[in-house]
Ligand binder design. Sequence first.
Ligand code: NAD
Length: 434
Amino acid sequence: MKIAVIGTGYVGMVTAAGLAELGHRVIGADKDGEKIGRILSGVVPIYEPGLDELLAANIQKGRLSFSAELNPVIRDADVIFVCVGTPQHADGSADMSQIEEVSRLIADNLDRYKLVVEKSTVPVKTSHWIKRTIGLHKKTDTAFDIASNPEFLREGSAVSDFLHPDRIIVGVETDRARDILCGIYGRFKDRLVVTNIDTAELIKHASNSFLALKISYINLISNICEKTDANVEQVAEGMGLDPRIGGRFLKAGIGYGGSCFPKDIKALVKIGEDLGVDMSLLKEADRINFDRVRLVIEKVKQALWILKDKRIAILGLAFKPETDDIREAPSINIIRELVREGARLRLYDPQATDNMKLVFSPEPGRLEYFASPYLAAEGTNALLLLTEWEEFAGLELDKIKGTMANPIIIDGRNIFAPAALRKLGFEYYSIGRK
Ligand code: NAD
């Protein structure tokens, strides 16, 4: 089987390298010629632990290559994994134009049977539209199948997630498609869940929305903790020990971000509403998440009163640790609000600085980027921690305190112990606990 992976973003790169690691011949293709050029010159365009090594090893073994020539790549492939973006329209619905574009390309190049696999996160019933598009535009009377194989990798541990999956969902409507996909994922046959295509498509949106809901739920509970003597960390621990609930995704903080949860929950709301289903539950979860920015700003004001010309260090820009991805990161709205209030910001992130510079250009004295957390903290009136990078837990806080104008820490991810911070002489604010 020759496999093509169309779209070499976070998902496509990992899928291409992962499928090659499983022993398949894979070619990754993207319409972004510059991105492909960088990959071909040995530069991995994203930061993802373990990906550089996996790519290099499989390229070297001759199982993996890349190209910006989409037509020949598609013509040559037996199986096409579609990994292009499905961003969000202003009304929350998924923008399917990249999927349509690829469907038309596949139609143009359908010279023998091909299996088209949706790996991107797509609304339920998308396979119908892909099938119709290919059917309308194909130039020969060639058979093809569509399948859904949603991706569950998490940025920051994507390689390990691909190679050690909890489950692999395979949505198919023919035996031929089922056999091909079950063959490709043969190594994981004990973890394969075969469904129809609508079900597979919905599993992905339902999973992400549930996780987002869980985060908003604990954030709602943390709002109650803030007004009482309850401690949200202990509430979450006590809840999570119940195996029916589980402790993961019960971390109170500044809310979810990234390229998936915010857009996927909105997309599912739109899908449901278009089908006449009342989606208030998920709308409320999304609203609670949006409100986290206001909560953070309130905490900063509680500490500093007037923000104009206050110097604030921000540690952590990425939407979560171990990634350079800032798409829909809560840090963006928080920075925007602090800039609007006239604060002077000193930013640091281990990996995401270059991406953030594309959103907020450096402006001397007003918004600056630093190469270390210690430099960012110098002379500041408060330090705001927005991403729980491991290196922040190991900071030499005494050193930081010595250089800050006021020893105030606002910890949006509860990475420090309140008693220890106060013992060190910090005024310390965190989420849902005193
Ligand atoms: P991305 O934006 O990083 O990558 C998409 C890539 O597709 C880009 O490189 C773009 O140039 C390319 N592309 C767009 N149109 C194309 C076309 N017509 N032909 C060829 N290439 C084209 O996106 P991503 O984060 O990799 O996400 C891809 C999909 O996977 C989305 O549906 C997303 O919701 C889903 N997903 C993402 C994650 C994640 O953590 N990033 C996890 C699971 C699922």
